[in-house]
Design a protein around this ligand. Structure first.
Ligand code: UDP
Length: 371
């Protein structure tokens, strides 16, 4: 059978779009990009809603990186506007900064720490010592102590993951640093920005190439029943789906449900994101994209996020059960590389990648294959 395409890619998110763009523009390969949803861009997809507000369909994505290579790459498809993300947490009827910094401690405890040194002393009196934290609870207690952990992290994590931090590997909580100064930015990376015209436009520009054919509303399971001959296949969906759950149980993915509300006011809240750690509030956070996109308009849209077990897969759940199961699939996946089949991205690698890591992994894979 004649090769209609050189490259088949399943999933038009960051990983799939990056590989499509690279193969089509660097090697002029004929690429088929298959996407289950009715749009490209994966979870970064955004659109103008009925009120003209640019909203992210799957919750906001704040781009940040120290990786020059990734930064140069994304800049070749869009202008970027600087945006430093700041998050507040609603605790005891106060709004305090996350990650924990001096202001967080001062406002919650009504004290007046003024220097890095004083913060260090406060922390050293409050943290618990674990040589090697074995779960997210121990890792939080070791870094911020019981008081802040109870108020800001324990219940939020339970709502987000439906598991207590003690049931999750340390890497979940290790994503959140602790600041000994007054820096209230969520990230400290060198580059922090949003694509000027939104993420969807960025992805459109990446894959707008006559060598790339995009097939929306196409599930891989349907497509593969009509044999396509290809040189290489890249799969970016859940790895266990590819193997038809052959090891019995499914890998767990935590999902999100979003409630959008458009309000007749310029801004609803002070920052792009306010977290609600209380178990009495059903959602985990309220985001307001306009703060990040910089869009000027008279209305605003807010998004309430609820965590669920049903729906689109978002977050791999880092427990030992899932990691062991994933390793079995990984072994199978590696053996397929000989046949030109590769697994890439957050879902296929079962890893909690940030956006820049997802770009980097796809770029690295492209180089590894073609060296
Ligand atoms: N987290 C928390 N309280 C907060 C913010 C985060 O307990 O106010 C915990 C929670 O378990 C969360 C994890 O830290 O899943 C990582 O947070 P991050 O903001 O990186 O999550 P994401 O934005 O990727 O959902």
């Amino acid at each position: 059978m004649k090769n209609e395409f050189d490259i088949v890619i399943v999933g038009a998110g960051i990983s799939g779009s990056t590989l499509a763009e690279r193969f089509a523009s660097v090697f002029r390969k004929r690429v088929l990009l298959i996407e289950k949803r009715n749009h490209i861009g994966g979870n970064c997809y955004d659109f103008l809603n009925e009120a003209g507000v640019l909203v992210p369909k799957y919750g906001p994505h704040f781009f940040h990186t120290n990786d020059e290579k990734v930064w140069n790459y994304v800049n070749s498809f869009s202008d970027w506007i600087p945006y430093e993300h700041r998050v507040l947490s609603s605790v005891d009827e106060k709004l305090v900064p996350v990650p924990v910094n001096i202001t967080t401690v001062n406002e919650l405890l009504g004290i007046n720490l003024g220097t890095e040194n004083e913060m260090e002393v406060w922390l050293s009196k409050n943290v618990e010592r674990f040589d090697n934290p074995k779960n997210s609870e121990e890792s939080a207690l070791a870094r911020i102590g019981e008081y802040l952990y109870e108020k800001m992290f324990k219940n939020y994590t339970k709502k987000q993951w439906d598991m207590w931090p003690s049931e999750l590997d340390p890497e979940v909580m290790d994503r959140i640093p602790v600041r000994k100064n007054f820096d209230d930015r969520y990230f400290t990376d060198k580059y922090q920005a949003m694509p000027k015209d939104g993420y969807t436009k960025l992805f459109e520009r990446m894959i707008n190439n006559k060598n790339i054919e995009v097939r929306l509303n196409s599930d891989w399971d349907d497509v593969k029943n009509h044999p396509i001959v290809y040189e290489k296949l890249f799969f970016t969906g859940p790895i266990d789906q590819f193997f038809h759950y052959k090891f019995g149980e499914k890998l767990q993915y935590r999902s999100l449900r979003f409630e959008f509300e458009t309000l007749d006011m310029e801004y609803f809240q002070r920052t792009a994101q306010i977290n609600y750690p209380s178990l009495d509030v059903p959602y985990t956070r309220i985001t307001e994209p306009k703060h990040a996109t910089g869009q000027k308009c008279s209305k605003t849209t807010i998004i309430k996020e609820y965590s669920t077990w049903t729906g689109e897969p978002y977050y791999p759940v880092p427990t030992s059960r899932n990691k062991e199961l994933y390793l079995k699939y990984k072994k199978e996946a590696e053996s397929l590389e000989r046949e030109g089949i590769y697994f890439v991205g957050r879902l296929a690698n079962y890893k909690y990648f940030n956006m820049d890591q997802a770009f980097r992994n796809a770029l690295d894979l492209f180089e590894r294959i073609n060296q």
